[in-house]
Design a binder for this molecule. Sequence first.
Ligand code: ADP
Ligand code: RBF
Ligand code: MG
Length: 388
Amino acid sequence: MAATMPLRSFVSHVVLDLDGTLLNTDGIVSEVLKKFLGKYGKQWDGRGVHKIVGKTPLEAATSIVEDYGLPCTTNEFILDISPMFSDQWCNIKALPGASRLIKHLNGHGVRMALASNSPKESIEAKISHHHGWKESFSVIIGGDEVGMGKPSPEIFLEAAKRLNVEPSKCLVIEDSLPGVTAGKAAGMGVVAVPSVPKQAALYSSADEVINSLLDLQPEKWGLPPFQDWIEGTLPIEPWYIGGPVIKGFGRGSKVLGIPTANLSADSFSVILSEHASGVYFGWAALSTRGIFKMVMSIGWNPYFDNTEKTIEPWLLHDFNEDFYGEELHLAIVGYIRPEANFPSLETLIAKIHDDGKISEKALDLPMYASYKDAPYLRSLLQQDNNHS
Ligand code: ADP
Ligand code: RBF
Ligand code: MG
């Protein structure tokens, strides 16, 4: 594989896209559109997101007015909906790994530009809610500062000019197709981080396609490597999730020989959308049994091509029985790798066992072990509750 990889040229500067790359704007956009279209008796069809991701506000507005046959002009639509968006800027969450990347590059003196199709004013408003972001960029350019937005290379060429560097020394990080096209047309290296799931194949013009910013390897581009990986694991801001174990697809234990305690994807759709798909680990509490080490997959399981984003914890303990219906609480403390597809069941199974071993070992490190005592887990245990 490595031998067939094209040689990448090293870069000195990084140009970042904002919406969908650093910020989870899509969720907010969908919420606002749902509400707005509801006023006209129309229903927002989430599958239309690809028509607006990475577009200029005018292009996106034009396609919505057309597709939904709205009884207003594009300009009226923009005037009407703009305040609804502005009200929501403060609620847009950073995407997984965004703050880590900005801090890392800035901390190593790598100069960065932010180049977004949205107007400069909205960019400033959006990033003002994220500590340390604005100061980290040497250059911030909005779509309103250039003649043509992405996919025209203009905005990226202007970014290079303001950074005072050759375009070929810039690495663009982008989630959208228009952005990737613009970056390549500007003669820059491009890493795509697609924000629409399962669409990686469309991004073949990018130099590299990664699943989330957590997977970026800056050293591939001659930039300083991340130093926060520990024994094959990346510590993350812990998050907690729980509910009754539901019956899954019957594939985990039956086909793979690896039982996974499915949690209902419906109840967690919001929290799942906020976390990148991939393999994570942490601690699991079962009310009548105790607290156990755990490794899990979040995502679409490419090997089985699930239609829904699922969450499948494998408790690293021999239970010899099912515990459907039982309450399960999870503390997720670290990340291991993106989801992958495999040529055979055997290779998938081997990889999951590797993940298990990595997790077993890492969870003994004090930085991960301490979460075994998280109140969210302890409070579920019946013995503990009986004593207090
Ligand atoms: P699938 O994971 O495809 O749903 P099954 O439903 O056949 O596979 O089996 C998974 C069930 O096995 C879980 O719901 C859980 O009740 C049980 N189970 C037994 N041991 C474990 C374990 N170590 N980790 C997770 N689940 C386990
Ligand atoms: N499925 C995949 O298709 N690709 C993966 O990379 C992958 N990694 C997994 C890692 C762990 C730790 C676990 C528990 C499961 C993983 N699976 C993966 C999901 C596996 O295919 C899943 O258990 C079956 O889909 C059973 O429903
Ligand atoms: Mg399962």
